[in-house]
Design a protein around this ligand. Structure first.
Ligand code: F6R
Length: 608
């Protein structure tokens, strides 16, 4: 949460900072601010609300300076006011700082600094950092930041600048991410390489505990012990255009429509669709390693947790290994039983979700090998894992996850197939699986063609107060995901439920005003799901059914039917979630909601 950007070079910093912040707004949008240094003085502009409000205030008149920092905030300590917006400053305005994270001991440090005469103007923990740097500064900003961080506990990514050492930014991280962007005669700092896409693709990911000094011509990095460090430069292959809306009204719409390509890209290089051979680098899933595992543990949050629930069906069904699924936020507080015979799999779009990171660290401490399914190359989860299976979805900017989910499902299918192979149950993919995978991108395109029907459905039901989503087996997590999409972007209350559980409680909600979305593909659960559909109809509920064939029985029971292409049951969720994404999207648009930046949310949840 919170997006950070910094620039030092020969260009005017302000327009660059604002452009970088635009790309980071998915990390928070409670307030925004920039500070630039010119003639030995900082000019700070801040505004509550979105970045657009700050830009409006500036009204084309950008502050001068070729060194600067910027921030977009997701409020933790202190309300989203102008005073609490970043950059925060020290007593004299000679130090400016931006921060992502939480300094847990800031009340004590604030009191200690106040006792020394420091004057505070905000409720934030970040301001404490600016004053710590002021206190420690004796002409060397790098040394001052090293000293300041020793006084503070918590998770942080900070960038700071001082008029006492112009043309220099110092950044430090412990928890939330920081990347350095390497340019020609200029250098950058950001929370995410996406922010730097227009200017550089060469980035250095800082490690936990690192402190870096960034000037236009040099980069210096030291680790938490103060030892100088060489960190390797990664070339990011995403092009700048991938982080633009590309003619769509919202990132979410673009990302929904990118799913055929994203899934195809994700499969590429991991499987041969001609021979069914699975090519994975590393030894973690080799027959020798897999023989040492007696179960699999899937850890994730939110939408990625829904993917994990589907992963359980895939791995247990295909590889016959027991699977446990947990939320990152719950796992480490329940004294879990994990050891070296457990294969832990972390699933995350951002690779930075604090709860998932902490849960994976816990599993690692217990001796469990770690496999990561992540979308962000070089992210924290990618770096801590023994093996990484990337989802090549490209940047996902819309806060509601869409293409990351379907690509995670594609990878989980391949992981299940690889585990099956290593356990000697099947070599590579079966002919039917190969055919289904080869056809998947086209089937996704066909599913997207249902959009006009979903627009009309959205028009009809946009005013409903509640929704119920039902599914069985692999489609129970799809029901959860459909409900999550709807509630997070349209603010309509929605619940996902296993269809068979409905009679144990939620059926009491069903009346003539309640739309119930029933996932009823032609799989082994169809008959049972149809019984649940009858239960809804006999209580006058409105039934919207997603199925895979023209089906008279379903047609006679449903108020609306959406027929999507049929594939093998293991891959069907990749198709059946698409109409639910489109439905949520169009309901939110009709209700005038901020689709890409729904209230109270942030894309990357880097606080516990
Ligand atoms: C929902 C959504 C969130 C994320 C969750 C985990 O649309 O995007 O629920 O899925 O915050 O994020 P990652 O996958 O980045 O770990």
């Amino acid at each position: 949460m919170c997006g950070i950007v910094g620039y030092v070079g020969e260009k005017q910093a302000a327009p660059l900072l604002l452009e970088g912040l635009k790309r980071l707004e998915y990390r928070g949008y409670d307030s925004a601010g920039i500070a630039t240094l010119s003639n030995g003085r900082f000019t700070v502009h801040r505004s509550p609300g979105k970045l657009s409000q700050l830009i409006e205030r500036l009204n084309g008149s950008y502050p001068a300076g070729t060194t600067g920092i910027g921030h977009t905030r997701w409020a933790t300590h202190g309300r989203p006011t102008e005073a609490n917006a970043h950059p925060q400053t020290d007593c004299s305005g000679n130090v400016v700082a931006v921060h992502n994270g939480i300094f847990e001991n800031f009340p004590e440090r604030k009191a200690a600094l106040q006792a020394k005469g420091h004057r505070f103007t905000s409720e934030t923990d970040t301001e404490v950092f600016a004053h710590e740097v002021e206190e420690a500064f004796t002409g060397d900003l790098f040394a001052a930041v090293q000293k300041a961080t020793r006084h503070l506990r918590g998770a942080y990514a900070v960038v700071v600048s001082s008029s006492g050492e112009p043309g220099v930014l110092v950044t430090a991280r412990s928890g939330p991410p920081i990347v350095l962007g390497v340019g020609q005669g200029e250098n950058f700092v950001a929370s995410d390489p996406v922010a730097l896409a227009p200017w550089t693709r060469d980035v250095i990911f800082l490690e936990d505990g690192d402190v870096a000094r960034v000037s236009a011509s040099s980069l210096r990095i030291a680790d938490s012990e103060g030892r100088e460090r060489e960190r390797s430069t990664h070339r990011i292959v995403w092009d700048a255009v991938a982080a633009e809306k590309g003619g769509y009204r919202h990132f979410m719409a673009k990302e929904i429509h990118e799913q055929p390509t994203a899934v195809a890209e994700t499969l590429g290089g991991k499987v041969s669709l001609e021979t069914g051979e699975l090519s994975f680098r590393g030894t973690l899933l080799s027959p020798e390693s897999v023989a040492g595992f007696d179960r699999v543990l899937l850890l994730a949050c939110g939408t990625s947790w829904h993917a994990a629930l589907i992963g359980k069906f895939l791995i247990e069904g295909m590889a016959r290994l027991p699977v446990e699924v947990d939320y990152g936020s719950e796992f480490r507080y329940r004294r879990p039983v994990v050891n070296e015979r457990t294969l832990t799999v972390g699933i995350s779009q951002s690779g930075e979700t604090a709860d998932t990171v902490a849960a994976l660290s816990e599993a690692r401490r217990a001796g469990s090998p770690l496999l990561a399914i992540v979308n962000m190359p070089g992210s924290q989860i990618a770096r801590m894992a023994d093996a990484v299976f990337p989802t090549h979805a490209g940047p996902e900017i819309g806060v509601a996850s869409t293409k990351a989910f379907t690509t995670q499902l594609a990878v989980l299918f391949l992981v299940a197939a690889k585990l099956r192979e290593s356990r000697g149950l099947e070599r590579g993919l079966t002919g039917e699986e190969r055919k289904a995978l080869a056809h998947l991108p086209a089937a996704l395109k066909e599913t997207l063609d249902l959009e006009p029907q979903l627009e009309s459905l959205a028009r009809e039901y946009q005013t409903a107060r509640d929704f119920l989503f039902l599914g069985r087996g692999l489609h129970y997590p799809v029901a959860l995901e459909g409900a999550l999409k709807l509630k997070e972007i349209s603010y309509i209350h929605a619940e996902g439920y296993p269809a068979g559980e409905m009679k144990h409680g939620p059926i009491a909600l069903v009346d003539e005003k309640l739309p119930v979305v029933v996932l009823a593909p032609h799989d082994g659960w169809r008959e049972k799901t149809i019984s649940n559909l009858r239960e809804v109809k006999s209580r006058d509920g409105i039934a919207i059914v997603v199925t895979t064939r023209q089906d008279e029985e379903i047609a006679s029971l449903a108020d609306r039917v959406l027929v999507i292409p049929e594939t093998i049951p293991e891959l069907q969720p990749i198709l059946s979630v698409v109409p639910l994404q489109l439905f949520a999207y169009h309901v939110a648009v009709r209700r005038g909601c901020d689709v890409d930046q729904p209230r109270n949310l942030a894309k990357s949840v880097t606080v516990e």
